[in-house]
Design a protein around this ligand. Structure first.
Ligand code: SAM
Ligand code: SF4
Length: 331
């Protein structure tokens, strides 16, 4: 078999790249308001990130997702997107996608499409302006909605991702779903994961999606469908709207058995699992040789240690499963 195969026989063909740990929002479940970001000197340059991505592609990665922090706030990021998009033209890569908070989409949507991006995930937890400002602390809803509109106009398929938050957007889930489906967007719900210290108590935020599903079933007809986008979401079709609803349930339903991905940070650290501390440094082998042999060997060694899965637990006085924030490894 070609490509990268981990010790549990899973083929790793999906790389998520966090191009920056910085962000123009401060979502309550993701970051503390007062965050310390990485010093610039620790970051890989965009050229180095591109080189690393190319090595992964040469080793069997077929799908790349850029994330962050907010990927579109890194200066010069479109150059990276354009260069990676060329790998699609060359047939080495199947898909280049992006996870974004939408704040910069009005500016970048057309360029993204021109570079070969066809699908994007936009994170949006509420359609209520005040609630949006409260959740994101620094974000403004109209800016994101016009960004989403620009993406649609540019021809990008949009998936809306919402983190389900108990007592916050719980009551809004049906209306958000109807809005998304009305716009022709897929809609996916995510359970909060215990990643990094935030200012709020995670037990207060956590809403199991099994409960959301039960509530939706009182109003809508949900039919399980085998639809897959390469990520961990399980989809249902909603008869009443004709749209797709995805559930990402790291807490209530362990999705590790089909895990096909690894995550690279903007400092060149490779995490083999979102929920484990173990990581491999790729920056040193990348910088120590012009040839890609060292970094390629470091990747092989890391894939050989990809763990079977995570063991997230959310409870009172429970420390986060891992100390780093989601903005370090990306969603
Ligand atoms: N800034 C971009 C955005 O918000 O889409 C990309 C990075 S963000 C870290 C990626 C995704 O992770 C977002 O959908 C966000 O809602 C989600 N996320 C952040 N912290 C999370 C947590 N503790 N549990 C579950 N999802 C989280
Ligand atoms: Fe920024 Fe995305 Fe984290 Fe919100 S979820 S703070 S937009 S990185």
């Amino acid at each position: 078999m070609t490509g990268m195969i981990d010790p549990f026989g899973r083929s790793v063909d999906y790389l998520r790249v966090s191009v920056t740990d910085r962000c123009d929002f401060r979502c309550v479940y993701c970051m503390a308001e007062d965050m310390t970001f990485l010093p610039k000197k620790d970051l890989l340059t965009l050229e180095e990130l591109e080189r690393l991505c190319a090595v992964f592609v040469s080793k069997g990665v077929r799908k790349l997702r850029l994330t962050g922090g907010e990927p579109l706030v890194r200066r010069g990021v479109m150059e990276l997107v354009r260069n990676l998009g060329k790998l699609i033209d060359g047939g080495q890569l199947d898909e280049l996608t992006l996870t974004t908070n939408g704040s910069q989409l009005a500016r970048f949507s057309e360029d993204l499409y021109a570079a070969g991006v066809r699908r994007i995930n936009v994170s949006l937890d509420t359609l209520n302006e005040e609630e949006f400002a409260r959740i994101t602390r620094w974000g403004r809803l109209p800016q994101v909605l016009s960004g989403i509109e620009a993406a649609k106009k540019a021809g990008l398929a949009v998936k809306i991702n919402a983190v389900a938050l108990k007592g916050v957007n719980e009551h809004e889930i049906p209306s958000m779903m109807e809005w998304a489906h009305g716009e022709g967007f897929d809609f996916t719900l995510i359970e909060t994961m215990p990643l990094g210290e935030v200012d709020e108590d995670r037990t207060d935020q956590y809403l199991p999606l099994s409960r959301v599903r039960e509530q939706l079933e009182q109003t809508y007809s949900l039919a399980d469908i085998p639809f897959k986008t390469g990520g961990p979401a399980r989809y249902v079709k909603i008869a009443e709207t004709g749209g797709r609803l995805g559930f990402i349930t790291p807490m209530t339903h362990n999705f590790c058995e089909s895990c096909n991905r690894v995550r690279l940070t903007c400092t060149g650290t490779l995490f083999m699992c979102l929920g484990q501390e173990d990581a491999a440094d790729l920056r040193a082998p990348l910088r120590s040789s012009e040839s890609d042999d060292l970094v390629s060997a470091a990747i092989d060694e890391a894939i050989g240690r990809k763990p079977k899965g995570h063991d997230f637990v959310i409870g009172r006085n429970q420390a986060p499963a891992v100390g780093r924030h989601m903005s370090t490894t990306g969603g």
